[in-house]
Design a protein around this ligand. Structure first.
Ligand code: COA
Length: 254
């Protein structure tokens, strides 16, 4: 068991992956990405696991990539970054995935849900993708997936202007299946995961591939984003934003 990630295999074939770093609002570290990637890889290899459910702690699904990690990562080869390796696995996972979002879902906290087959949220869910605001570009194929899900104009508001949106808006946009009280959320997500896990596996896999569309396009978007992200990560405009968040000060250019 990795620190900050709990992985439980429940009766009924659901693997429950709980992000558990409440003191940092579930900001994701390299170790957490590696544990999540491992949980997905192992799910695909296991006959016993028929669905993966992602959950957070009360009030925090995930505050996104740990910003301190963005600072140190600029010194390393991005292609080997745990976040990128997780995202690549996420996009190609064959096991159905369900998200239970309570509280903040920022950056990858939102874009992860674009890859899930079902998404449930509590009224306290707050989604936001502040990549550009941070001097970065969209990731996890969100520049490809989001315009197709919500239309280009709405995607522009969400991805360029980093607009926050709540559970009801997410449901109206088709980014969330249903909104429900937080004390029912994980239970419901697990119940839906259990239903998916009980379906005939061959029919499920073939139908899922049809619904999700062209994997090659997703892979191409992911790669183009990763290259742009890597370039941006090293720029002074991005590094200044990271330092400002970490120092809790406004950037000089703001
Ligand atoms: N990376 C590193 N630390 C983070 C973090 C992140 N992405 N998000 C939150 N934290 C830390 C805060 O620095 C704070 O740490 P401290 O207690 O040591 O000061 C702690 O988590 C709690 O966060 P706080 O900002 O006090 O909580 P909040 O409820 O007021 O706000 C957020 C929550 C998520 C809205 C806010 O923390 C935020 O905007 N985080 C940055 C999100 C982000 O830009 N992620 C990257 C996307 S690409």
């Amino acid at each position: 068991m990795t620190e900050n990630i709990r992985i439980e295999d429940l009766p009924g074939g659901v693997r429950l992956v709980t992000l558990d770093r409440p003191e940092k609002k579930n900001a994701l570290t390299g170790v957490m990405y590696d544990a999540m990637r491992g949980a997905l890889e192992a799910a695909d290899e296991s006959d016993a696991v028929g669905a993966v459910v992602f959950a957070g702690v009360p009030g925090a699904f995930s505050a996104g990539n740990d910003i301190a990690d963005f600072v140190t990562r600029a010194e390393k080869a991005f292609s080997e970054a745990p976040s990128l390796r997780f995202i690549r696995q996420l996009a190609r996972t064959r096991t159905p995935m369900v998200a239970a979002v309570d509280g903040v879902a920022v950056g990858i906290g939102t874009t992860l849900t674009l890859h899930c087959d079902l998404v449930y949220a509590s009224p306290a869910a707050r989604f936001r993708m502040p990549f550009v605001e941070l001097g970065l570009v969209p990731e996890a194929a969100s520049s490809y997936l989001l315009p197709r899900r919500v239309g280009r104009l709405k995607a522009t508001e969400l991805l360029l202007l980093s607009e926050m949106f709540g559970a009801d808006q997410a449901e109206a946009l088709g980014l969330v299946n249903a909104v429900m009280p937080s004390d029912m959320l994980v239970e419901h997500a697990v119940a839906q995961g259990t239903r998916l896990a009980a379906l005939p596996r061959g029919a499920l896999a073939a139908s899922r591939a049809l619904i999700r569309g062209d994997q090659a396009q997703v892979d191409a978007a992911l790669q183009a984003e990763a290259e742009a992200f890597d370039r941006q990560l090293r720029t002074p405009e991005a590094q200044e934003r990271f330092q400002a968040f970490l120092a809790r000060a406004k950037p000089a250019s703001a």
